[in-house]
Every structure is written in structure tokens, then in C-alpha cells.
Design a protein. Structure first.
Lengths: 262, 289
């Protein structure tokens, strides 16, 4: 590998090379090759079962929790192959945060939720340090004013879905991740909540590299810089979002974005 | 408009018929339970007194109380719990949280479920072979309790496993995704949210051990002992066996005595069950994800 390509690999948030994945005997991903740039929002679209969530869940290796998953090829984050022997999953996940379809705050207090990941990686942090970090995280997701009086209340009750999802984003921030993965982060929310969370994601753009799986084409269109279209476990097209929607290169892409199958 | 047609009446009749049928089945189910309780209370109630509970049997077990047997049952239940509860919960945590989904795990699960169906007399013979003879515990509380523990272990595992599985997977994923290890996830999130269910199931299952006769007959329970057990290496009397003895083995026992023993035995089991149900209601009421 030449020096220049190596350099460029380091700038890429995610680089997948010849990545295949099987669930048992079913192949879910076929020879995925992707160069996903750092510091921008990339959306991943495609019909149900096309492998977009599977790919997302391969990037922090959460898929491996299912015993019957096999992979080959490589996924490189900022130049480091995450499938290497010396990768510690705990450290990987510190750098790669994930937001789920349904907000999943833990059934502990709001404070403990925000600090959960931080405490795992910094078990000896002192109280005032923790308070500062928690406040910063909550401020960043515009939740501080809403929850500052009920930090000791359970996060799983008394918050709206929108607030819970913001909380789930906020709790990733204290470990200073570089990459955020979002699996249909707005699909459980109402239009107002969707708009608020989208706005938040847009705010986080630049500071983090964001890969977002979505079913919502309008969302992909207005809230991402680049867009990847997947179909039947294969990457069909990856380009600037406006180009993909205005000028799709492949017929399948055009069919999908025009709603001919979904 | 909107008036009932002939067909609606027909549907309603069918509806009523099935409701009555299923309600009747519940009644049939409830009758034996209520009758057992009523008969025990009527026939055994007069036998119950402080003296009955706190004195020794006398005169060839035809008079006196049941204290050694009651104490023995408590010994057996407590010692068997000390063995089966930690072991069962640990096994359930492994099966639920660590074990990969493969044929080995499935085989273990299947074996566990099948073990729960093994007749108690078979457990008794296993207990004799394993604990009395092989481990040289002799016929003792320890051997009898461990036999009971082996018998209750599968159900303890299954009920604990179910409690663990009731914790939403999303919580585990949230923790894993923040870099928590499995143990951190189990300790911080899974166990705190399932311990109530685990304990409830465990108490419910273990209370059955109090009523078992076969597994303790050959392994540690005696028909009659003139002294109380002092350690787990002593033999003991036990309520269930005592009931069998006074009901069938000793001539000249007044009728109310075995009924009184049965009432105390069923009382212990019911107290434990009520405790576990109350415990579950109290903790479930608080649970809101």
C-alpha cells in the first residue's frame, strides 16, 4: 500500500474493504467496499433487509454478540482495522457510540445514565469532574434546562421519547467518541421530535463523524452530506446526497428513491 | 339500524356457552383445593396449639407435638437452599448472559428441563449413591439437603433464567455499546432489574422441597429420633416423613394428629408462597422501564 493511500485511509472515518457477513448460512453483506469520510454525516438508505443495519452493527462489532455471525474482509476506522486481533472491544466502543431505533435509557437515574460509559472508562473520577462532564453532555444535546432539576430521577420514566433519545445521544459524549452510529434514530419519534433530533444531529456534525441508517428518504436528503444506497446486501451507490437524489447513477437507486419498492 | 339480527343472537348464545364452560372448569379445579384446605382445617385445626408445635412427640408418636419434625424440615429447606440458590442463579446467569447460542447450550437447556421431570424417588436413589455412600456424608441432613438441592436445581435455573430474560435486550445493548463488559452489564443492569423475579421464583420452587418425602427418606430423615439434630451431619426428623409415619405406620394415633401435621406442613408452604407473591407484587409495582 502506498503512502498516499495510507494517508487517505487515516482521514476516512470508515473504510470497508471486501467485507462479507453471514448469519449462519445466510449471507447478509456481499463484498462491501466503502470510503466514508470523517467529520460529515453519511446516511445509509435501502429497503428493509438490505443489510444497512447489519453494516452499522459491524462497525462497532456489536453483531458478534450473536454467536453465529461470520465475517471476512476488513473494516478500518481512521486507519485501524477493527477486526485485528489487538482491538479491545471496550476501547473500540468508547470511540464508536451507537444510538438505537427505540430510545433505550437504562433504568437508572439520568445522572447515572449520562455517566455510565464515562465511569466504565474512568472508574476513579471525582464527583465534581463527573458533574461538569455530565452538564456539558446534557447542554450539548439541549437537554440541560429540562432535566437539571431531576438528575436523580429515573431516566426511563417521565421523559418524552424525544428527550430520551437526546439523552441516549448525550450519554455517548462523555467518553469523547470520534464516530457516532445511529440506527434509525428518529423512527420512534413524532414529527416534532424528529425535527428536534435531526437538528441536534446536524449540530453535532463536524465534531463527530456520523453514520445514520434511515428509512426516511426525506430525512436522508435534508440531514446528510453523503448518501449510500444498499440493496440485497450490496452497496449500489455512494455519492453526495444531492447527487444521489437528483441524479442517481443506477436504475435501482432511482426506483427506490421514487418509492417503487420499499 | 344497528338492531341485532338472528345471527347476532346465535353468536351471543355460543359466547355465553363457552364462557360458562370455561368458568365451570375453573370451579372444578378450585373445588379439590378448597376441600383439602377445609378438611385439614376442620379435622386438624383442633390439634394445633403452641404445645403441638413446640413439644416432642410422646408415647410412641401417638401423642405430643411435632417440634423435632418441624425443626428438621426447616434445617432441610435452609441447607438445601444454601446449595441450590447460589448454584442455580449462577448457572442461570451463565446460560442467559454468557452461553453462545449453539447446540451445546441447547443441549444443556434441554437436559435442565428434563431433569426437572425426573421422579423424586430417582433423585432419592441418586442421593443415596452420591452423597450418602460416595461422599461418605452418611444418612444426614447434609446428604438429604443436597439431594433436595439437586432436585430443585433445574427449576431454580429455569425460573431464574426466565427472570433474567425478562430484562429487555435493549438495556444490555446500551451497556455493551458504551464499552461495558458482560459482567459490568450483568452487575449494573441485568441483576438489579431481575433479582426480584429471581428470588420470587426461587422461593416458590424451594418451598416445594419442604413437602418432599421420597428424596429424604433414604438420605437423612429418620422415623423417630429422641434428640434434636446439632449439625448437618446428624439425622433429623421431617414433617413430610412424620406425616407419612403417623398416618400409616403407627397404630393407635388419634385422627386429628396426622391432620394437624398436614396442616402445619401446608401452612409452611403457603406462607412461603404468599411471601414470594407479596414480594413479587411489591417489586413489580415499582417497575417501570
Amino acid at each position: 500500500m502506498s503512502a498516499t493511500t495510507h494517508e487517505s485511509a487515516k482521514d476516512l472515518a470508515i473504510q470497508a474493504i471486501g467485507f462479507n457477513l453471514w448469519y449462519g448460512t445466510f449471507q447478509a453483506l456481499y463484498d462491501v467496499n466503502l470510503d466514508i469520510k470523517g467529520g460529515i454525516i453519511t446516511s445509509l438508505i435501502g429497503p428493509s433487509g438490505c443489510g444497512k443495519s447489519t453494516f452499522l452493527r459491524s462497525v462497532n462489532r456489536i453483531n458478534e454478540r450473536l454467536g453465529y455471525v461470520r465475517t471476512n474482509g476488513s473494516i478500518t476506522l481512521f486507519g485501524k482495522n477493527i477486526l485485528d486481533e489487538d482491538v479491545e472491544l471496550s476501547q473500540l466502543r468508547k470511540h464508536v457510540g451507537m444510538v438505537f431505533q427505540r430510545p433505550n435509557p437504562l433504568p437508572i437515574s439520568i445522572r447515572d445514565n449520562i455517566l455510565y460509559g464515562y465511569r466504565i472508562h474512568n472508574p476513579n473520577a471525582n464527583k465534581s469532574e463527573e458533574e461538569g462532564i455530565m452538564e456539558a453532555a446534557l447542554r450539548k444535546v439541549l437537554l440541560w434546562d429540562k432535566v437539571k432539576d431531576k438528575l436523580n430521577k429515573k431516566a426511563s420514566v417521565g421523559l418524552s421519547l424525544e428527550e430520551m433519545q437526546k439523552l441516549c445521544i448525550a450519554r455517548l459524549l462523555p467518553t469523547n467518541p470520534t464516530l457516532l452510529l445511529m440506527d434509525e434514530p428518529c423512527s420512534a419519534l413524532d414529527p416534532k421530535g424528529t425535527a428536534a433530533v435531526e437538528e441536534l444531529i446536524w449540530e453535532l456534525r463536524g465534531e463527530f463523524s456520523i453514520l445514520i441508517v434511515t428509512h426516511n428518504m426525506a430525512q436522508a436528503r435534508r440531514a446528510s452530506d453523503e448518501c449510500i444506497f444498499m440493496l440485497m446486501g450490496k452497496v449500489m451507490e455512494h455519492t453526495k446526497t444531492e447527487d444521489l437524489f437528483v441524479n442517481p447513477a443506477k436504475k435501482e437507486t432511482a426506483d427506490y428513491i421514487e418509492g417503487r419498492y420499499g | 339500524m344497528f338492531a341485532a339480527t338472528e345471527r347476532d343472537f346465535q353468536y351471543k348464545r355460543t359466547e355465553k356457552m363457552f364462557r360458562a364452560l370455561f368458568g365451570f372448569m375453573v370451579l372444578i379445579l378450585a373445588i379439590p383445593v378448597l376441600m383439602i384446605l377445609a378438611i385439614l382445617l376442620i379435622k386438624g385445626g383442633p390439634a394445633i396449639s403452641m404445645a403441638f408445635i413446640f413439644t416432642d412427640p410422646t408415647n410412641g408418636m401417638t401423642e405430643g407435638g411435632i417440634f423435632p419434625a418441624l425443626l428438621g424440615t426447616i434445617w432441610l429447606v435452609v441447607v438445601s437452599m444454601m446449595a441450590s440458590v447460589p448454584l442455580g442463579i449462577a448457572a442461570a446467569v451463565y446460560l442467559s448472559e454468557y452461553a453462545p447460542d449453539n447446540w451445546v447450550t441447547r443441549a444443556i437447556n434441554l437436559a435442565t428441563i428434563n431433569l426437572a421431570g425426573v421422579p423424586s424417588i430417582v433423585h432419592a436413589l441418586f442421593g443415596v449413591g452420591a452423597f450418602v455412600v460416595f461422599f461418605r456424608f452418611g444418612t444426614s441432613i447434609l446428604a438429604a439437603s443436597l439431594t433436595l438441592a439437586v432436585m430443585t436445581l433445574p427449576v431454580v435455573i429455569v425460573s431464574s433464567w426466565e427472570a433474567l430474560q425478562s430484562v429487555p435486550r435493549a438495556f444490555r445493548e446500551a451497556c455493551w455499546n458504551m464499552g461495558a463488559t458482560r459482567w459490568q452489564t450483568i452487575w449494573n443492569v441485568v441483576l438489579p432489574n431481575s433479582i426480584a423475579g429471581i428470588l420470587t421464583g426461587v422461593i416458590l420452587q424451594v418451598s416445594r422441597a419442604a413437602g418432599e418425602t421420597a428424596p429424604i427418606m433414604f438420605t437423612g430423615a429418620a422415623l423417630f429420633l429422641p434428640f434434636l439434630p446439632e449439625s448437618v451431619f446428624d439425622q433429623t426428623m421431617a414433617l413430610a416423613l412424620h406425616l407419612f409415619v403417623v398416618a400409616t405406620q403407627v397404630p393407635g394415633v388419634p385422627e386429628q394428629l396426622p391432620y394437624g401435621v398436614a396442616l402445619v406442613l401446608i401452612g409452611i408452604v403457603m406462607i412461603m408462597n404468599t411471601l414470594s407473591i407479596w414480594f413479587r407484587m411489591k417489586l413489580r409495582g415499582k417497575k417501570k422501564w
